[in-house]
Design a protein around this ligand. Structure first.
Ligand SMILES: Cc1cc2nc3c(=O)[nH]c(=O)nc-3n(C[C@H](O)[C@H](O)[C@H](O)COP(=O)(O)OP(=O)(O)OC[C@H]3O[C@@H](n4cnc5c(N)ncnc54)[C@H](O)[C@@H]3O)c2cc1C
Length: 307
């Protein structure tokens, strides 16, 4: 069967973020022909600077990708700005349909990430990624010891308050309605001079994305320079792996085994699509690990074919 069809590449990677590009690097260096298809809509697109990636602290998300793309030019890796729309499985390869191409590949890696969803608060979209964030490890340092707000209400609110208080003691918690915090938890906040406001939020006011003021339904307001959001959530960027038989786990990540392998032979899933939040360096690490696993699987198959 294999001889009857032209295989365009050894490995097709869906998604050109840190996980996908890292897998491409290790596979390219293992002499594998790789095609990366990327639609260019990463989860962190709104952010101006990324943090926490060793040697790349403060880098713009697109600059990180650009450097990776340039370095990949040395290897048999082809990166296409395109969207994968359908994948068919054959006995031991895949047929990938993108908007512009049809590609045959022996293995497919999904590095397709997640889509972020924000609560509906007027003015939030403008400030998100500039002065309103969800991850303090990504953006807490830049707003340390500043007047901060925590916006949200949910079962993890108390833990989130403890977490954010690590970066600033000038903290106001906005539950945007009656809080779910217990009386004892509210008392613990009070003991630490953390104010709780339950009044519904009207608007976040910002200048060029920089938060200045938060107003409430009853017309009063508070001045804050940054805020952390408890209630963002993210959904899979693509449902193609589900169509290929991969199930979602209880957290909404694709179910994977060691090294990104899945229940579907030849299909691997890495980065946020599997782990929900890997961070840039975690995503790159998963790409490296899975790249090695994919190459080993190919080596074993090719070895057996020759016997
Ligand atoms: C606002 C914000 C700020 C963040 N800041 C930081 C930070 O400072 N430091 C940090 O370590 N982490 C940060 N993160 C987390 C980080 O962005 C993610 O953990 C990381 O990007 C995951 O990498 P990935 O390769 O799995 O997915 P992504 O980077 O999201 O890349 C996935 C890519 O796949 C593409 N894609 C999906 N489906 C298809 C398809 N069908 N066809 C073609 N292409 C497709 C998407 O368009 C996208 O380009 C932040 C996240 C957010 C939301």
């Amino acid at each position: 069967m294999r001889g009857e069809i032209h295989l365009d590449c050894d490995v097709l990677i869906v998604g050109g973020g840190p996980s996908g590009l890292s897998a491409a690097l290790v596979l390219g260096r293992a002499k594998r022909s790789v095609i990366v298809i990327d639609e260019g809509r990463p989860r962190n697109a709104v952010t101006r600077q990324s943090h926490g990636f060793l040697t790349r602290d403060n880098i713009k998300p697109m600059e990180l990708r650009q450097i990776a793309r340039e370095q990949l030019q040395t290897y048999p890796v082809n990166i296409l700005d395109d969207t994968v729309v359908e994948i068919e499985t054959r006995q031991d390869w895949f047929v990938i349909h993108s908007k512009k191409n049809k590609i045959h590949a022996k293995k497919v890696i999904f590095a397709s990430g997640l889509k972020e969803h924000l609560p509906e608060i007027e003015g939030l979209q403008e400030a998100y990624g500039v002065s309103v964030f969800s991850c303090p490890y990504c953006d807490g340092w830049e707003h340390r010891d500043q007047p901060l707000a925590i916006i949200g209400n949910g079962e993890n609110l108390f833990t989130y308050c403890k977490l954010i208080s690590n970066w600033s003691e000038d903290l106001i918690v906005l539950s945007d309605g009656p809080t779910i915090l217990s009386i004892e938890e509210q008392q613990q906040l009070k003991d630490r001079n953390i104010t709780l406001i339950e009044e519904p939020i009207k608007e976040l006011k910002s200048i060029d994305g920089r938060l200045t003021e938060i107003t409430f339904e009853e017309n009063d307001s508070i001045q804050r320079t940054a805020a952390f959001l408890l209630n963002t959530y993210a959904t899979q960027f693509t449902t193609l792996p589900e169509k290929l038989g991969v199930e979602l786990n209880e957290k909404g990540g694709y179910q994977t085994k060691r090294h990104g392998r899945t229940s579907t032979d030849g299909l691997y899933i890495i980065g946020d699509a599997a782990k929900r939040f890997t961070g840039l360096i975690g995503a790159a690490s998963e790409g490296y690990e899975t790249g090695i696993a994919v190459n080993l699987d190919l080596i074993n198959e090719e070895w057996d074919e020759k016997s």
